[in-house]
Design a protein around this ligand. Structure first.
Ligand SMILES: O=P(O)(O)OC[C@H]1O[C@@H](O)[C@@H](O)[C@@H](O)[C@@H]1O
Length: 358
């Protein structure tokens, strides 16, 4: 079996529309927006889609040498030591594996907030919350000012928000936010608790804690009504309101709070560069780096990671094993692979998504 696992598309049903660009990437004949706007890359997490419990979606499947198709996470648990490795002296578990998605929005998403890890553990009895990061890859040409909403610039009181949610006064809810402009290359970290909504026309790589927990406080978008059970994580509105971080993020603090300027970790005379996009100073939940190369780029890494080719093409070599990499392809590199080499004559850029420091 190859040491590097490549993944096929793994589209997941969501409450909003999008995915035309993902169809195009997959080479579909008539790309179109649909209720499958996300591709969960090598996912070890099952989607929570109320009303579709009879369908298992989210988990990535891989085919072993014996021809059997199994969930990728089953394969990982068969040899955790090799695939997941350790953090210091502590063995890594499935809960350390970030969930990585392509997300391609055709419409603005409904307003939502995700629990922090502490909230998930203390209040929901679940191991992980959903702090998430966005790496913007493309925006649609017909959307002139692509944006996201994040954090309350003008926070309402808890009682006020409760009333607006109950009466679905979306205009008032929206007035708490300013659109934050986004462009390809931008990186954001959205800690659990921060209310947000992604704008229309954005293709991004989303990296998050491995869960599918959301408080959805806008109940109808583009004709689709979110079922009651799916609004407040199957709890009441008061528990849902406890998820929110009401502290203000005034306009002049938005960048410092959410934007993550890349930090160059290393660069060489060939033009190979390794950057940290999300690191320990941003969150303990996961780490994201960008490797950009021209020619041969030798790498040493102790931790496992998901790699996503966002530009160009080339190869990844581990000893004699050579894996071809084309734009948009995605793969998993086990912790047991500590030395590898990227090679690209025409240039290639890879986003590498690692576990965090916890
Ligand atoms: O799960 P629904 O409500 O369709 O939301 C869809 C998406 O919202 C975004 O803000 C992210 O949190 C995604 O990870 C999530 O999948």
């Amino acid at each position: 079996m190859n040491q590097i696992f490549k993944f096929n598309a793994n589209r997941v049903w969501r409450t909003y529309q999008g995915g035309k660009l993902l169809d195009t990437i997959e080479g579909k004949e008539s790309p179109e927006d649909s209720s499958f706007p996300e591709d969960w890359i090598g996912s070890t997490v099952e989607a929570r889609n109320v009303g579709r419990e009879h369908i298992s979606e989210g988990l990535a499947m891989v085919t072993g040498d014996d021809g059997h198709t199994v969930p990728f996470r089953d394969l990982l648990t068969q040899n955790k030591d090799y695939f997941l490795g350790k953090s210091g002296d502590t063995e890594r578990t499935l809960e350390d594996i970030p969930l990585v998605k392509y997300l391609d929005s055709a419409t603005r998403l409904h307003f939502q907030a995700h629990p922090t890890r502490e909230f998930a553990q203390e209040r929901l009895g679940l191991p992980r919350g959903k702090t998430e990061a966005y790496v913007i890859l493309q925006t649609r040409e017909d959307v002139s000012e692509p944006y996201i909403y994040a954090g309350f610039q003008r926070p309402p009181s808890r009682a006020q928000l409760k009333q607006w949610i109950e009466t679905q006064d979306i205009k008032s809810i929206e007035s708490c936010f300013d659109p934050i402009p986004v462009k390809p290359g931008d990186v954001f970290l959205l800690p659990g608790g921060r209310p947000h909504a992604l704008g229309e026309g954005i293709l991004m790589l989303e990296i998050m804690e491995p869960s599918d927990l959301a408080v959805r406080f806008e109940f109808e978008r583009c004709g689709y009504v979110i079922p009651e059970q799916a609004r407040f994580m199957d709890r009441g509105i008061d528990t849902a309101l406890d998820v929110f971080d009401f502290s203000p993020v005034p306009p002049e603090q938005v960048d410092a709070e959410f934007r993550c300027p890349p930090k160059v970790l290393s660069t060489d005379e060939q033009g190979n560069t390794l950057e940290e996009l999300i690191g320990a100073k941003n969150t303990a939940c996961f780490t994201v780096r960008r490797a950009t190369m021209n020619g041969t780029f030798k790498r040493n890494e102790e931790a496992f990671f998901y790699g996503v080719v966002t530009q160009g093409s080339g190869t990844l070599r581990i000893g004699d094993e050579v894996t071809e990499l084309k734009q948009w392809e995605r793969f998993f590199c086990p912790a047991g692979v500590t030395e590898f080499e990227y090679e690209s004559a025409a240039g290639m850029s890879i986003l590498e998504c690692y576990p965090g420091n916890t």
